[in-house]
Design a protein around this ligand. Structure first.
Ligand SMILES: [Fe+2]
Length: 342
């Protein structure tokens, strides 16, 4: 079973970083501004086009998406925003760039915890952020909760990326939601004191470092480990083989989860088709594709995951509403600063 939560938010403006020209607002076509790489989502969009005859254009806008939408205003050709982490989706909503959508299908298909109560955004795939350990260095019996990672017994043994990354901001926001901000800050300080090194690189780099013995534990999203196992790089396959997933907090709040998701823009000229696209992405076929192509978890039970992901084991996911969690983002960033988490 699955559940989740999260947060994020990039920074920086710079419209110039947005690549590709604006797609024309041709009638009926759906234009996506995507934080996700087109290579990841294209197989799903191809199936949508084949099934419905509705063409989908994607602008990959990893940085500067919000600035671009704001600058374009009501003239923006964008119909749909597609991104990862509920915190980013909420930021787009808070900027007034999304419109509420009512869809019986979306509301039936997507559990309430994974979507905005007002319909501004919908989670479409679930990502989990558990503990990963080097099997030569750590016994699973020594692991228990995220909270326990602040214990001095882990001194110099933990690898995790920078707190400027939204995944860690969301993890910390979840700790605030569960423990209150004072305890969450004490936890963050303890965690930082146990870092094996100054945070560097992305999630994959933490897994590689733990496999190489630079640390014993990595905190990372599961699809990165799955990608290493299924990928073409022998060194990554070898590294992944040294690592195992430990699902923390299984006797309590559950493992930290988040979503990738989408919302319909305020400026959408093709709202009906935009909603059809969201409904397709939440449907059975697309949910299976998310599992197959991206190694994420479906947003609802009953959709099979890939063999590699199934091998990570079943887990209890946190049931926090992601919309609630994201409210703690700003506090999470302040706490990370005070804790000295770069
Ligand atoms: Fe990621």
């Amino acid at each position: 079973m699955i559940t989740l939560r999260a947060r994020g938010v990039a920074a920086a403006a710079i419209l110039a970083t947005v690549c590709a020209a604006s797609p024309a607002a041709a009638s009926g076509e759906v234009n996506i501004y995507s934080y996700r790489q087109e290579v990841l989502i294209r197989p799903l969009l191809d199936r949508f086009e084949e099934t419905t005859g509705i063409k989908v254009n994607v602008v990959f806008a990893k940085k500067g998406m919000i600035q671009r939408l704001k600058a374009e205003g009501v003239n923006s050709p964008a119909d749909v925003v597609l991104t990862v982490d509920a915190a980013r989706l909420i930021r787009v909503k808070e900027e007034g760039l999304l419109q509420p959508v009512r869809s019986a299908k979306l509301e039936a298909d997507i559990p309430a915890q994974y979507r905005d109560p007002e319909g501004h955004w919908f989670g479409l795939s679930v990502r989990a952020r558990p503990i990963m350990y080097n099997t030569a260095k750590v016994k699973p019996a020594d692991l228990s909760t995220y909270q326990d990672l602040a214990d001095p017994k882990w001194k110099g043994r933990i690898c995790i990326r920078s707190s400027s990354n939204v995944y860690n901001q969301s993890l910390l926001a979840a700790m605030i939601a569960h423990m209150g901000k004072d305890k969450a800050e004490a936890w963050a300080k303890g965690l930082v004191a146990n870092f094996a090194r100054k945070p560097q690189g992305g999630d994959r780099d933490q897994i590689r470092a733990a496999a190489a013995g630079e640390c014993d534990i990595a905190i990372a999203n599961t699809y990165y480990l799955a990608g290493m196992i299924k990928g073409k790089k022998d060194s990554d396959k070898a590294a992944a083989a040294k690592m195992k997933i430990f699902w923390p907090n299984q006797g309590g709040t559950g493992a930290h989860v988040n979503v990738s998701g989408a919302g319909v823009t305020m400026s959408s000229k093709n709202k009906d088709n935009a909603i059809k696209l969201l409904e397709f992405l939440a449907g059975d076929e697309a949910q299976r594709l998310y599992a197959d192509k991206v190694n994420e978890y479906p947003v609802r039970a009953g959709i099979p995951v890939t063999k590699v992901v199934a091998g990570f084991g079943e887990f209890k996911a946190d049931t926090l509403r992601l919309a609630t969690l994201a409210k703690h983002n700003a506090e999470a960033v302040r706490i990370a600063d005070r804790a000295g988490w770069p």
